[in-house]
Design a protein around this ligand. Structure first.
Ligand code: SF4
Length: 736
């Protein structure tokens, strides 16, 4: 029997899942969220939804939802009251700080934290306790995008917006399976092809549903995107396609490494600083990257390199570059981001409608909660911990002595788990993320977390491999079971109200943190009233961004609109930053102003090709690449509880090239053994069903907690962003 429809109470929210940030309408009936549809008024998705969005409310009602706090006693979890669980957490934190110092406690959150969650976490740990041990899983997915922006422009987040899609003539997708990862946004590209005949070029190491829909699919060998991007710059210069007046007025040329003031120079031996070079020197450097030379490294024909370069170089074509995990999860992720900006800066195709280098995010609030709130070790909501003025500014708003805020970053994510392993960190609170599925070289970090003398708190909505390592598990309220905001990939802050009650004793992560803060003695700083705490927290958060470059829209505006882009100045959102026609923060009296840099100029970087951290060899002859699938959200902890999505994609698999599979006599469904220097796993094969990787390469999705691909991935990371390279390591492939 079909359920009744038609009488639902529909309320608006941003989608719970990916970074596209579609506006949805949630249908509520008898206190339960029972339906989802796209919000036709949302400028993001214009009424569309993808398969995950439509089924998102079902993620709240899985049978094994956590509803009571659990405490581990003699190896078993026993139910306890919320009060006792919070008392225990606060007393363990006090004890750890007393015995081992404040840098022995830490919090690890997520781009799925709401803005208030991340804000109170940062205020409690950085402002009150006085440790910079605050990190979020976004380090694993978009830290390279951040350092790319900072090195090229001195300020984070895309200059353009989704409206660029309506103006661009050509879309170049750099290692970006948009059809599966950002499906609604990809459908906007396809719409434009129907309406205006735009071109879609997919540049990747495997064919996917994206390349199948693209006008042209170009495959490259892993890591060689560095060389191809340089070859495109070579072509632009040698064909006279440089926008000389733009480059002369608005760009500098730099070489050298930089760790962008993370304050870790000694630790990571990044002693060389950026150094200005001339255009002539840059041109000379590019001579190593002629299309013919790069063809030999990359497997991309010189003809295809010239084909891509010609679109970027054509003054009559507006080009949008889109990327996400391919260039970010890269042992030279920062460089890859710089290189894509180089192409746009050389041609002046930037910050005007349709000319847009656009780095997408994966999570609903990776931008909002991690990059804007600043839940990374070196960040403050406005600025960085290393800057005295930024510390003073934050301390004043947080009502804490400035000496409380430590002037040095501590650990980025991989280092934070290494510190837990070593015992330098003794207490870790993990909220709304699942590191025991997502950490690379997983065994090392799981063993470290399970050592004697570590105390782990996990706040989540379902049992996961991460709750398995917890000493205390707190049940969390999910999405519209509480009030909050997310910030999507185009700088759009979106509000949602509480629509239904969370189950049992589940409470929001914000509430849990505020309650522990009060128990630690910070009642003055955590003065928020329970019935209006989101309002008070957001109003306080906005004070950190009270300037023309960052200002966020007030809550009453967010409540009335399907989100609002920052900078929100004089009652208006800013769609294109750094362009004086659109951005009120431009103050140099010229057409463009890259005000994140002291001299207002963006940087074109000299970034060489460098081989990957681990390359295939005789023993491990294949590349291993990992990623997501359209049916599942990240580690699958929510979407695997949605029956229709679980049935559509019940388990992980290894995707093999048909030629490789034939050589090894492997067919779809056969079990395959993958072996790396870290270990072994077995998975069923998928030959040519969902795509074809380049020769000698296999792909495995990471959503399946029963087939943990991260047991065997490598934990090397970009030395600037510290983001791990999940896309490349060496693996041996055999029929099991
Ligand atoms: Fe949600 Fe992303 Fe799908 Fe939009 S594209 S409905 S934000 S999962």
């Amino acid at each position: 029997q079909l359920p009744k429809g038609g009488n639902l109470d529909w309320k608006k929210a941003p989608c719970r899942f990916c970074g596209v940030g579609c506006g949805v309408m949630v249908g509520v009936e008898n206190g339960k969220a029972v339906a989802v549809k796209g919000d036709p008024k949302s400028p993001v998705n214009k009424g569309l939804c993808c398969v995950k969005g439509y089924h998102s409310v079902m993620a709240m009602y899985g049978k094994d939802r956590l509803t009571k706090p659990l405490v581990k006693k003699n190896g078993k979890y026993v139910e306890t009251s919320m009060k006792e669980a919070l008392d225990l957490i606060a007393s363990k934190m006090k004890e750890t700080i007393k015995d081992y110092g404040k840098d022995a406690v830490s919090i690890y959150g997520s781009g799925q934290w709401t803005i208030p969650d991340g804000y109170v976490a940062s205020k409690l740990f950085k402002g009150c306790i006085g440790t910079n041990n605050v990190e979020a899983n976004a380090r694993l997915c978009m830290a390279s995008a951040v350092t790319g922006f900072l090195t090229s422009f001195g300020i984070d987040e895309p200059m353009g917006c989704y409206e660029d899609i309506d103006h661009a003539d050509v879309f170049v997708l750099w290692g970006n399976n948009m059809a599966e990862m950002h499906p609604v946004l990809f459908s906007r590209l396809l719409d434009q092809r129907l309406k205006r005949g735009v071109k879609i070029i997919d540049f990747a190491t495997r064919t996917t549903r994206t390349s199948m829909a693209a006008d042209k699919s170009i495959l490259f060998l892993p890591q060689t995107d560095l060389a191809v991007a340089n070859a495109i710059c070579y072509e632009i210069i040698n064909n006279g396609w440089v926008n000389t007046s733009f480059v002369e007025k608005h760009c500098n040329f730099n070489k050298g490494l930089t760790n962008m003031g993370y304050g870790l120079e000694d630790k990571y031996k990044f002693k060389d600083k950026p150094e200005k070079i001339s255009f002539k020197e840059y041109k000379k450097f590019l001579e190593d990257y002629t299309p013919e030379k790069v063809e030999k490294i990359s497997g991309v024909s010189a003809k295809d390199i010239k084909y891509m370069a010609a679109y970027y170089g054509d003054p009559n074509k507006k080009v949008m570059s889109l990327w996400c995990m391919g260039p970010n999860q890269h042992s030279r992720g920062t460089w890859m981001n710089n290189l894509i900006y180089n192409i746009h800066l050389l041609t002046g195709k930037i910050s005007t409608p349709g000319n847009s280098p656009f780095s997408l995010t994966g999570q609903p609030s990776a931008c909002g909660t991690v990059r804007e709130v600043g839940t990374l070790t070196h960040k403050l909501p406005h600025g960085v911990v290393m800057n005295k003025k930024h510390r003073e500014f934050a301390a004043k708003i947080w009502d804490v002595p400035v000496e409380n805020i430590a002037p040095k970053p501590t650990y980025h994510t991989v280092e934070m788990f290494r510190a837990l392993d070593r015992g330098d960190i003794r207490f870790m609170w993990i909220q709304v993320t699942n590191p025991m599925v997502t950490m690379p070289k997983l065994k090392r970090y799981r063993d470290g977390a399970e050592k004697e003398g570590r105390f782990i708190v996990v706040s989540d909505i379902y049992p996961t491999p991460t709750t398995d390592i917890a000493d205390v598990i707190l049940p969390s309220a999910m999405w519209v079971e509480r009030e909050g905001m997310y910030g999507n990939s185009e700088r759009r802050t979106q509000y949602f109200e509480q629509m239904v009650q969370p189950p049992g004793e589940a409470m929001s992560d914000t509430w849990q943190l505020v309650e522990v803060a009060k128990r630690l003695g910070y009642e003055k700083q955590f003065y928020y009233k329970e019935d209006s705490h989101i309002e008070e927290i957001y109003a306080e958060y906005r004070k950190h961004h009270d300037n023309k470059k960052h200002n966020m829209a007030p809550l009453e505006v967010l409540k009335e609109n399907p989100g609002m882009q920052w900078p929100y100045v004089e009652g208006k959102p800013t769609k294109w930053r750094f362009n004086s026609k659109y951005d009120p923060a431009c103050s140099n009296g010229e057409d463009f102003h890259f005000y994140g840099k002291p001299d207002g100029k963006a940087v074109i970087w000299q970034r060489p090709y460098e081989p990957a951290a681990e390359e295939p060899d005789a023993e491990y002859p294949y590349w291993l690449n990992t990623g997501r699938v359209v049916e599942h959200w990240h580690t699958g902890s929510m979407t695997r509880r949605i029956p229709v999505l679980h049935r559509a994609m019940p388990h992980s698999y290894v995707e093999l090239n048909p030629d490789d599979a034939k050589r090894m006599q492997i067919k779809t469904g056969d079990m395959v053994k993958l072996t790396t220097r870290r270990g072994q796993i077995k998975l069923p094969a998928s030959v040519n069903e969902r795509g074809v990787p380049a020769p000698m390469q296999v792909f495995v999705p990471f959503f399946d907690e029963n087939m943990l691909i991260n047991e065997i991935t490598l934990d090397s990371f970009c030395p600037i962003s510290k983001e791990p390279d999940y896309k490349k390591c060496a693996v041996n492939v055999e029929k099991a």
